[in-house]
Design a binder for this molecule. Structure first.
Ligand code: HSE
Length: 411
């Protein structure tokens, strides 16, 4: 019998209890042990609920109970989660968490404490919901250095962009619908400004490259400035706009960024719609490996947490080595990254063509049917910093979006 405690009875916490209750027999068979929820910690009471009799309000009851071998942290946020998790690990209890803020902020320290105590700190659910990606990076893709990770890591923004594309909605309408459906929080900033995806790519990059990628160092742009007109241009060119998170190593220099990109229809990420996530991992020998599935949601995320509980139960006196040192990785700024850019400018194309080609050389112009007071153009590939220097000389720019055109990722 392995006793566990669940910290937080919110969306994911109640999902963890539901999954363990409903799949108990198969979970026990797969873990080779009986998994029992001994406590659920929450500030609130839940009269009449299944957890009423095991609900505690005091974390010390869990901390001081030697029968509790695994703690599930699904409270979210850095504090008090960090304090509870650190104390649990120091007390010799393995921890499984879905908390990407906690992992991105304190991951390497918590992994070290777990290693020193011969227990485990597992966080599969912190990235990509139900999609197994952390365990594969840590266990299955270890024979070949990972060169690049690229993907759609945020379900809420992917839902918003998909609805804007399919329905022609403006951003605000797509966001409010996402909120009504429970995908987006009442304060949607973390999702729409890219902070959530930034923390997730920081976690994946740290695991892939073995040193700590600080999320604060990652260039991050969200989707809140994307408009229905941007999407019309994208569609006219045969592209979709996606919020991509990526990191790579080239000639010993490491890069990471989160930003909206135009993704062409032949690219595998083009057809990743709604709240789905997809992640490419590229190795030198293995080429591209793609992971795809439900990136969010109560039960998919809970299943990833419970799978970590099963793994922790299978390794009760054995630390699973995790390749993520406390040493910070230096990220090179994105100024030298090379790509094409789509730019929207006000005015009449015929009157402004010369001015634009003088700055950018040959470009491809795009005009929308029925729109005469603006037009768009796509540059040839050029370094970010060169692009910005030239763009400063162009008046009345409405916006710009990067183009994802690399001939990798199976396209
Ligand atoms: N807000 C996140 C998303 C939840 O939309 O992807 C899963 O981390």
């Amino acid at each position: 019998m392995i006793n566990i405690a669940v910290l937080g009875y919110g969306t994911v916490g109640s999902g963890v209890v539901e999954v363990i209750d409903s799949n108990n027999a198969s979970i026990n068979r797969k873990s080779g042990n009986d998994i029992r929820i001994k406590y659920v910690l929450d500030l609130r009471d839940f009269p009449g609920d299944r957890v009423e009799k095991i609900l505690v309000h005091d974390f010390d009851i869990i901390l001081n109970d030697p029968e509790v071998k695994i703690v599930v942290e699904v409270m979210g946020g850095v504090e008090p989660a960090y304090t509870f998790v650190k104390k649990s690990l120091l007390a010799g209890k393995s921890v499984c968490t879905s908390n990407k803020e906690l992992v991105a902020t304190h991951g390497p320290e918590l992994i070290r404490i777990a290693r020193q105590n011969n227990i485990n700190f597992l966080f599969e659910a912190s990235v990509g919901g139900a999609i197994p990606v952390i365990r594969p990076i840590n266990s299955s893709l270890t024979a070949d250095p990972i060169l690049e990770i690229k993907g759609i890591l945020n379900g809420t923004t992917n839902y918003i962009l998909t609805q804007m594309d399919v329905e022609g909605w403006e951003f605000d309408k797509a966001l409010s619908t996402a909120q009504e459906l429970g995908y987006a929080e009442r304060n949607p900033e973390a999702d729409i400004e890219g902070y959530d995806a930034c923390r997730k790519i920081a976690i994946l990059s740290s695991l892939a490259f073995g040193s700590n990628v600080k999320f604060e160092d990652i260039y991050t742009e969200g989707i809140s400035k994307i408009t229905a007109t941007d999407i019309r241009y994208a569609k006219k060119m045969g592209y979709a706009i996606k919020l991509l998170a990526s990191s790579s190593v080239e000639n010993g220099r490491y890069f990471a960024m989160v930003a909206p990109f135009m993704v062409r229809s032949s690219h595998p990420l083009y057809s990743v719609s709604g709240v789905y996530n997809a992640i490419f991992v590229r190795g030198d020998q293995i080429g591209d490996v793609m992971f795809y599935g439900s990136g969010a949601g109560k039960l998919p995320t809970a299943c990833a947490v419970v799978a970590d509980v099963v793994d922790a139960a299978k390794h009760i006196d054995k630390h699973i080595y995790t390749f993520w040192s406390e040493e910070d990785l230096h990220l090179t700024g994105i100024g030298d990254s090379t790509r094409s850019f789509f730019v929207r400018v006000s005015g009449n194309r015929a009157e402004r063509e010369d001015e634009i080609t003088k700055q950018f050389g040959e470009v491809k112009f795009i005009e929308l049917d029925g729109v005469s007071d603006e037009f768009g153009f796509v540059t040839k590939p050029l370094a970010e910093k060169t692009f910005e220097e030239h763009l400063k000389n162009i008046p009345n720019v409405i916006g710009r979006i990067r183009m994802e055109e690399k001939l990798n990722a199976g396209c």
